[in-house]
Design a protein around this ligand. Sequence first.
Ligand SMILES: [Zn+2]
Length: 501
Amino acid sequence: MRTYLLIASWFCLAPLFSQSQEEILKYFHTITAEEVFDYAQTLSEPQFEGRLAGSPGYTKAAEYVAAHLKEWGIQPGFNGSYFKHYPLDYTNVKSLGSFSAQLIDRKGNTINKTYQFPAHYYPGSNSGTGEISGELVYVGYGITAPIYQYDDYKGLDVKNKIVMVETGHPKPTNASEWDDWAAYAGSSEKMSNALQHGAKGVLFISKIASPGIQYHKNIVYCHIDASVAEEFFFARNLNLDEIRKTLKQKNKPHSIELKHKVTISADTEYHPNGSYANLIGIIPGTDPLLKEEVIMVGAHLDGQGKLGELFPGALDNASGVADIMAAARALSNLPAPKRTIAFFFIGAEEKGLLGALEYAKAPLFSKDKTICYINLDMVGNGSGLYFGGGHSFPDIYKHFEASNEHFIHRPLKTNYLNRSYKGRPRTDGMALSKHGFRALSVHCTDRVKKLYYHHPADTPETLVPEIMEDVSKWIYLSLYSLANANSIDLNEEVKPEKSQN
Ligand SMILES: [Zn+2]
């Protein structure tokens, strides 16, 4: 009786044909932790080579997902095809290369150091190939910004030297400067600035796989751990923390010739003629009026590829893809809903949100017919649920809230959409939001296992299959409920002003 009441109250949100209620629960129970984990595990396998957008490994992963959609009778989104292709170059990092230094201390003594992957450095995803050696110069943010009379290279000669660069940019003095500075702060911009100043190598202080940096054949680079940078300063009796503080507080360049001799070797092969695809599968709506409206759910399918070693990208973002796949499979068994549901597997997120930006330029479904885009990124580690933007769109959120309350029973939180974020967008959802789409997101809270972000240890072992099952079941129910709603109020509720007390 209690179950009946719960089901009845949930379906008040989305009155459906009575025979489908039983069916909804029947297919709800077909989503298992094993199924969802299996998709994520498969996508993390070496055969997909870390799903680097542009490379054959990515294409293979896209074909793997499309083959499943086809098997489930989910229709191709793009004129009979699941794919929309775009040209994209990529770099094959064939081995880990090496990174070493000859430190010169204040007294002129030399100390030879050899650094290890992954503890001390990551090879550059788009580095030129070969071995370079040169004197090391710390160039702060590595930015030359004539409009603000700011130049980290001022008075320095870095010709044929190796520059060491921080992430980020000087603090903007007012809100309108954010976008200007963000445009200078990209790693590709910093790299070409180093090249323009004659440097032959770059050490990025931030140990992360970063496939979005543009390839230049005449520059070799790698990413180093902050502890290595600290050591470079320590050897000269300097303190990196203090130097960073000065850089930040004074908002002025604070570059230093460190004199150490650094050697980087990279073993790469550049492929200018690669390509990647965005992938869309749809369940067309059936209501004569409402079928034009579309609910989109998506996840980026690409990863960081291989940096001499596989970056499996299990959590980031095989997890999001797998959660959506299982939900799509289960939804494909139900009577088609009133509105169209689209499953969007996005390419080249790791290369700078390229797939999402291409979509925004030429959307398959017009903005005014797109009810919302719901983004899943790294949704496979945690014990609670988070729905980003629910307070801003309560008439969308209520479907997610109700299905969790009645069937999933996980702690659930939400927030207001943050429309005032600064600088460049960091997720596919934010990229679409910046182009006027209603972009919401699904996350997990209360991490259960250790996080290995952009790390070779982002393996299936770091996933929590139980939360993946629940996320998949949750979006299955909520999407179906939302797609069948008689009406959806899309007026945006804006975050209330904080009270002044
Ligand atoms: Zn991601």
